[in-house]
Design a protein around this ligand. Structure first.
Ligand code: MN
Length: 429
């Protein structure tokens, strides 16, 4: 089935501001609360949110085999379960309906009043109920930087790293949408030179610039997904800030890996940009040496050219960009991650989320965490208002953005923006 919605020559009868992440070629999927306090599934063109539940009830999807309530739900899980053919039919139909020469909805002002919202009239929710969340560690630059800092500069990568996409199982209950503030976590840390740990608020709260992909039902228990088929089971991607408390992490992570340093919060951008929309921005991933084992060997270009940036916004409103990088630097691709994840027969469900791991590029201004940008706190980052940071301060807001651009079309993810609030007072009760 052709990806008609990706045609760069299309434009919409809805206004799309210049440099918008959401032209008619994007058509992402999300869940929002409307001005009437109704939760619905929707999409976005320019600065308009479109209620797909209402569009479906009004008969605009009558040519597509969909259940009546598919968009009248709190999450996208059932729609994602319908599979790639349905996602593509729906995206193509939305594209057709909002294309500038199409009159069906354009001439029906009554229907427009029901289905169209401005972004300030709605509140974005988590787009999926995330059953399981896995976080990988797939940026060679990031893994090398961390290895240099914490282990041995000469042997920064552990022996397994070049042979498999390293990952761990995270916790889905604390994945939150953009705009939800996060409290600085408490925990145990081991002060430098001390023999015993102390308890208190983390002093080293950090962001991790990542992207995450969301899967559909992919396999039966025991059945692997091949690296060649993996993309068939990926619905789309979001920006992902995997909040990390570095001091807690350092003390707790041996031998089973991250725990409380990571599960206090992870933030995602609310619109899922489909893999179909990203198709024009496909690029090759870095050459892999040594060659991976046959089950991880991929054909063709399996990465995407996605510009990524991180801003720190301070309480006075001043905004400083601290990182510019690109998703294309990732050593292990999403296809390899999903193939590896299931090679033992692990079952993947609709709405599962897989984080890429911190995305660092080759230059110091392209590192995807404060841990690397401040080189473990040995360097200060000067912000535009003259203050400095080694990690993230109370009342700082971290804003991550991402977009692709080619042939005059810009497809973006919007942003994931999260404010860090002071730790709760545990003595007050
Ligand atoms: Mn992470």
């Amino acid at each position: 089935m052709p990806l008609k919605a990706n045609d760069p020559s299309l434009s919409s009868w809805l206004a799309v501001p210049e440099n918008s992440d959401f032209p008619i070629q994007n058509i992402p999927f999300g869940v929002f609360l409307t001005r009437d306090d109704v939760i619905t599934i929707g999409t976005r063109i320019g600065d308009h949110a479109i209620d797909l539940g209402a569009l479906h009830q009004l008969g605009y999807f009558s040519e597509i085999p969909l259940t009546d309530d598919i968009f009248l739900q709190d999450t996208l899980n059932d729609f994602i379960s319908d599979g790639k053919k349905t996602w593509r039919l729906v995206r193509n139909r939305i594209s057709q309906l909002f294309e500038k020469n199409n009159q069906e909805l354009q001439k029906n002002k009554d229907h427009q009043k029901i289905v169209l919202f401005t972004m300030d009239e709605i509140e974005m929710q988590l787009p999926v109920q995330i059953g399981d969340y896995t976080d990988f560690y797939s940026s060679k630059e990031h893994a090398t930087n961390v290895g240099k800092m914490f282990r041995d500069p000469e042997n920064a990568l552990l022996p397994n790293w070049l042979h498999l996409p390293v990952g761990y199982h995270g916790r889905s209950s604390t994945i939150i949408p953009s705009g939800t503030p996060v409290r600085r976590p408490h925990g145990q840390t081991l002060p430098k030179g001390a023999e015993n740990p102390v308890f208190g608020p983390s002093r080293l709260v950090d962001f991790e610039l990542e992207m995450a992909f969301i899967t559909t039902d992919a396999n039966a228990l025991g059945e692997p997904i091949s690296v060649d088929e993996a993309e068939e089971y990926i619905f789309g991607m979001v920006l992902f800030n995997d909040w990390s408390a570095r001091d807690l992490q350092k003390w707790e992570y041996v031998p089973l890996g991250p725990f409380l340093a990571k599960n206090f919060a992870s933030s995602i951008s609310p619109w899922i940009v489909t893999l179909d929309a990203l198709e024009p921005f496909r690029v090759a991933s870095p050459k892999q040496d040594p060659e991976p084992l046959p089950y991880l060997k991929q054909k063709g270009s399996k990465s995407f050219d996605i510009h990524l940036a991180v801003d720190i916004k301070t309480e006075d409103g001043s905004v400083t960009t601290v990182c510019n990088t690109n998703f294309k630097y990732m050593y292990w691709t999403m296809s390899q991650q999903l193939a590896h994840h299931t090679i033992n027969g692990c079952k993947i469900n609709s709405g599962d989320m897989m984080g890429s791991g911190t995305i660092s590029g080759p230059t110091p201004d392209s590192y995807g965490s404060m841990l690397e940008l401040s080189w473990q706190g040995t360097k200060e980052i000067t912000l535009k208002n003259g203050t400095t940071r080694k990690f993230i301060g109370d009342n700082d807001t971290v804003i991550m953005k991402g977009h692709c651009a080619k042939n005059g079309v810009r497809i973006g993810f919007g942003e994931v923006s999260t404010k860090i609030l002071p730790a709760v007072n545990l003595n007050k009760k």
